[in-house]
Design a protein around this ligand. Structure first.
Ligand SMILES: [Fe+2]
Length: 178
């Protein structure tokens, strides 16, 4: 289950219904996915995609996504810090950011259009869809690991556009669970 922190209000949400409703009010989709058959979190990418094909196909239809892949990041990933440094500053994409976490953790910060900043800590079973144009940044948690399914409309849209606002510097990338 995700943990959502409404930073400006010092409020924490841990209930799935509350999280879904709060994120939906900011245009962000949150879902809990279960595989159609049991699959190990270190199974090959094809097996992961197959086990979640029902949800993936439904989301593809809804969001116009054409491809899905599995990304794997862990402390042994070459160039990990350089990779993370691309995404831990406030940015937006011309593409939705769609992530279903299979293993590990991640912390999204969303800078909403009303000025509120939300921290969304995701773990296995959490699907998050951040619409294109949404200001956000991303950090790993202390386990420095995330394995996730990504969905794309067009991989060309996946380039970060930086705001250079440095607003991200005001928020500690601290996770509750890892
Ligand atoms: Fe991003």
């Amino acid at each position: 289950m995700a943990v959502v922190t409404i930073v400006n209000e010092d409020k924490k949400l841990t209930d799935a219904g509350e999280i879904t409703a709060n994120l939906a009010s900011h245009g962000i989709d949150y879902e809990r996915w279960t595989p159609s058959h049991p699959v190990s979190d270190d199974a090959p990418p094809e097996a992961i995609l197959d086990a979640y094909s029902r949800e993936i196909d439904a989301l593809k239809e809804r969001g116009g996504y054409v491809t899905a892949d599995v990304i794997d990041v862990n402390p042994g990933t070459p160039g990990l810090d350089a990779m993370l440094a691309k995404f831990n500053r406030e940015h937006w994409h011309d593409e939705d950011e769609v992530r279903f976490t299979i293993a590990g953790h991640g912390l999204f910060h969303i800078h909403t259009t009303t000025g509120t900043v939300l921290g969304i800590e995701v773990e296995a079973g959490d699907l998050i869809r951040v619409p294109r144009g949404t200001l956000h940044w991303f950090n790993l948690c202390s386990d420095r690991r995330i394995r996730a399914i990504r969905l794309f409309q067009d991989t060309a849209g996946w380039t970060p556009n930086y705001t250079e606002s440095r607003v991200d510097e005001n928020f500690l990338p601290l996770c509750f669970s890892a």
